[in-house]
Write a new protein. Sequence first.
Length: 478
Amino acid sequence: MDRRESIQRWTILVLLFHGILWGSEIVAERAVHEEENRPEQSCERAVRPVTEDKKIQPAEKSKAGSSAPPSYQNLRYQEDWSLLRRQNGDDPWHSLKFIPLSDDGNTYLSFGGQFRIRSESWSDFGFGDTDFFDDTFGLLRVRLHSDLHLGSQVRLFVEGKSALARGRELPGGLRTLDVDSADLQNTFLDLDLPLKNDASLTFRVGRQELQFGKQRLVSPLDWSNTRPRMFDGFRGILRFRSWRVDGFWSRFVRLRKYAFNNHDSGTDFFGLHASGRLPHTPLTLDVYWLGLEREGTALAGVAPGEQRHTIGSRLGGKSTQQPWDFDLEAAYQFGRNASRDIEAFMVASQLGYALNAVKIRPRLYLGFDFASGDEDPFDNTVQTFDQLFPLGHAYFGFIDAVGRKNIVDLSQGVSFQPMRGMSIRIDGHYFWRAQDRDALYNAGGAILREGAPASSKRVGSEIDLTWRYGIDRHTLIF
């Protein structure tokens, strides 16, 4: 056993020991919307939790008199376990989710965590055609967090993570998507100021994961073993009525596999995001402005350095009276890449129809995604859309061969529930490049194949089959 393997094994043992010592339950983060946001790699077998509600929502205060326990969230810091101040329920883990430190219960401590093990098997990885591109390997992730509330206005949240991999011999070896031996995932302090009419304003400072809307542009990237999207910065959160407005400035944290992660002074991410329900309708509206400043961004041989702004909106919802649901999002980008102007855009949509009267509850959907490409890589305008920090895996197929840049995707699929706790989904995609002179980009935004004038725009097609079964509220086999 070499020194690196010894360190990895001791890291696992220490984290597991602390998880047992502190009574952290073996749970995982809340999954993305089962019907619209896609799960992990189609070739993997994972252990994750089943969750009771299916929509990613901002943190909400538990309602008085509610008997249902809080659901596990993709961002664990969005969970509110203060409900257990009034009732503990019959779940043995609840004694660890709410530990009162004062007589009135306003000061309390909550523990949580995750244990996830996954196997991936690849054939012809990255379109390679030799045995070098075939491999099977294992991934392990452990997350533990503590959530301390000092009254109703001060909160300290700390989450640690260890992500390990073994046996990956594909091109790239052990990547930062696979390995982050031990580090802090979220560590921040909240100061909560109550306002009139049940509104509140929260100031947050420290390391934090970000997630907005349907995660098309900003996501923690949970399918990755390391959840590599972390930011050091400041954030203000205004809540009023059914609306939430986030304003933030941050620096992207550069992941280092075997050293402490630190923020990257060359990547600043900032903006505003507002989300809320339209009055007297089941519709949710998102409006946002996102700014990204990067050093070292070069396109078509132009000197690096980019300032890019994204403005956009999303409208979606599901009728309580009709079986239809829809989601529509559009965004426009402008700014400068060295001496070139930026003018790019994207459109994403999905229309679904659920047959809830049928026993297996099938849902059919049709989707269309478009992200602009560059007509002329050597003129004075950059037209390639930048996907920022996306969960592209959820929208462009589970193999992650395609990203939201210079792409057209027509998707369709069906999902159904053959038995309680089990769901099966089939998805199909047809891909084209938006511009022939621009490249084909993968899910990480890197060039997969260069463009050329008069070359075919057709990329190919993909079919995905996924299966998941929830053993109980805490555990999911996928």
